[in-house]
Design a protein around this ligand. Structure first.
Ligand SMILES: [Zn+2]
Length: 321
């Protein structure tokens, strides 16, 4: 792949359960875009655990990933999964973000980061080649991985920072949701509201910092995406360097009050259950938290996340329904 342009990676970052999967699925319908889910978990959940790809096939039997991993590493069985896990643990953590800002200060850290990103760059390169797409969308979400990408010269990075009301996010983390990709029945993790609130603040705060130090970033409110998907998608497409018109956005529509999108298949390595959805899906705001969340939990989450909740306009104007 010598001499090729650097792959353009559009990274969807944000706190978990903020709408990153919906954003990715909608973006994936645009021509020239290849969406691959949460790439940071591909090794563990795809290769090691053998979970399903977004296309429905067990990961190791998916033809798309077969071709990608053959192009990048000579086959999925040639990926040194233990080494990738070791490197991820050594550099890709929220608490390492200060080091990721100046990796040269610690030579051993810089070497591990370079090796980790060499693996990821090969992967993105192969995804771009196999898909024939100019834009690769990774919805790994974690701010720490966005900082890893920023420190890598081998790719062109643009970040879509997706934010959602912290109370809705905290409520979502209390619900029990089945993981459809697992070969053995299991559920998505749940989390206590106070813990989710702290995590929401860290992740969003770190992504604010990333933008402030010059990484091209577009902040998108999940509530705005749901209220006006065509308008918001057009903004995201322009930011991603994609030329799209009304024709390309024709997969999104509405009849009366309800909005919908027509989705095709996506070869997503990991992510929330929505990555398996195909055909017509409804696009609607999920605001059950407003009636179902206890007053005490709501007060705790509001207090912990107050500065950014205000910054994002969640306390001064009610998100559109
Ligand atoms: Zn697949």
């Amino acid at each position: 792949m010598e001499g090729r342009a650097r792959p353009r990676v559009v990274y969807i970052g944000g706190a978990g359960r903020s709408g990153s999967t919906l954003t990715e699925r909608l973006l994936g319908q645009l021509p020239g875009v290849c969406t691959v889910g949460e790439v940071v978990y591909m090794c563990q959940r795809g290769i090691v655990e053998g979970n399903r790809c977004g296309c429905g096939e067990p990961f190791r039997r998916c033809a798309f990933w077969h071709d990608v991993l053959a192009a990048a590493f000579g086959g999925w069985d040639k990926v040194n999964v233990a080494r990738v896990a070791e490197l991820k643990a050594a550099v890709d953590r929220t608490r390492f973000i200060p080091w990721l800002l100046a990796p040269a200060v610690r030579p051993a850290f810089r070497r591990a980061l370079d090796e980790y990103m060499s693996y990821n760059t090969k992967l993105y390169d192969a995804i771009a080649v196999v898909s024939g797409c100019g834009v690769v969308v990774d919805s790994s979400k974690n701010a720490s991985f966005a900082f890893c990408l920023r420190a890598c010269a081998g790719l062109e990075l643009r970040v879509i920072h997706i934010v959602r009301d912290s109370r809705a996010v905290a409520y979502s983390w209390t619900r029990k949701v089945r993981r459809p990709e697992a070969m053995v029945p299991s559920y998505l993790p749940t989390n206590a509201p106070a813990r989710t609130a702290w995590n929401w603040s860290y992740q969003n705060g770190a992504l604010e910092l990333l933008a402030r130090i010059g990484t091209p970033t577009l902040r998108v409110r999940y509530e705005d995406l749901v209220a006006a998907p065509e308008v918001t998608l057009a903004r995201i497409a322009a930011f991603s360097g994609l030329a799209v018109g009304d024709h390309e956005l024709g997969f999104v529509g509405s009849d009366g009050k309800s909005r919908w999108a027509d989705l095709g298949v996506a070869h997503t390595a990991s992510g929330n259950p929505m990555r398996f959805a195909t055909g017509r899906i409804p696009i609607r705001i999920d605001d059950e938290w407003r009636t179902a969340m206890s007053a005490a939990q709501r007060a705790t989450v509001t207090a912990v996340t107050l500065p950014l909740l205000m910054h994002y306009g969640y306390l001064t104007r009610r998100p559109s329904a």
